[in-house]
Design a protein around this ligand. Sequence first.
Ligand SMILES: [Zn+2]
Length: 438
Amino acid sequence: MKNNRGFYQLLRLTIVLLLWIGGSLQAYAHEGEHDGSSETGKLPKLAKCRIVTADRLFDGFELHEGWGVLLKKEKVAQIGPMVELKRRCARKDLLGEATILPGFIESHAHITFQNVPKITVLRNGITTVQDTGGPLLPPSGGEGQLRLLSAGPILQAPGGYPLNVFGGEGGLDKIGYPVASAAEAENAVQQLSDGGAAAIKIALEPGGEPGAPWMMPHGENPVPAAPWAMLSQDIVNAIVVKAHALNKRVIVHAGEDTGFERALNAGIDEFAHMPCAAIRPELLQQAANTPGLIFVTTIDTLSSCVKDGMGVHSNTAQLAAKIAECETATPGQCAGLLYGSEIGHDNVPWGINGEEMHLMLHLTGGQSIDFADVLNVFKAVTSKAGEHLGDPLLGTLLPNAPADLIAVKGNPFERFKLLENPDLVISGGRVIVNHFEE
Ligand SMILES: [Zn+2]
């Protein structure tokens, strides 16, 4: 009897404890639902419609005063002056002295390879990333989670970068994928494409640039002596032809003249960085005059790439000046710049990087910086980036665009830094952050 009573008491205690744990878990799950803080939990609710208005609205192209946006489920339905929108939906967020912008696009990240929490990136204003180098994943996200477009592993020469620095084996789920011939390279491009790669990335990196992040030790591995093995011109040409036949862009990591020239000769589509070492002016000229060629900036993370006052900053300034000249002579037939900060590196924020925008503005704005230069920086991280990724609505608030938007208190066109801690983040119509309700 005595033992039995003890048993029932223990049972009762256990049940109470289990109920309490269950309740706490539920409360925790509910919290995750409300503020989007759970990485794998249920997504925040999707409202049928929602109007968000503020003193300023940037639609990806222009800045409007006193405009708002009408969201219907996971899409943008309409933007315009508040009076035109106000009767279209009962649910209204009137933000007042604040600025609404499209969700930002990070064109150079290593989310998967560096295990960056996607929710951290999303909460800090980036709603889409191009994951350039790391395990291959099919496209995902956009419905309350970070939209991730993967390039998968970097095609590289056997023994070359990046595996020589990061160590380990190569493969589809690794940082590098070595190819020894044009046939092997074409086969790799096919596998990447079949696995859902948004673009194909290659490395043309012989090493040796002073101050480059890849010249610093990663973990246990000492940095191997330069020069490092590089893909030959024939192999790079074969990669570009194959990738273009499969409708994939080719992104290149190049840090100096040899790789830069090889990439240009092959007709690649995108430089993943401003090169680290000083590039010969005639090569920068050739690049500036290549229609549609894109340079992703990543200036902030490469700020140690300067030798005798030359390097990433001077490359950026010279290239921007040559692009401006080209645009004057032959509009629309020139290279362009996109924002990229290299999320995953430990010297940049894992969200919007105000310093990257600041460097872009001051290095590309020329002698007299005006509001058009500021707008260009904002376009490079929104509408221009979306168009380059193949979705002209991404990074905009045009009708039918995904309902990805952010808002900040104040005016980020005067203070980029405000963007690093957005007060409202909506991904695919779902509220991830809302400091306006606090
Ligand atoms: Zn990178």
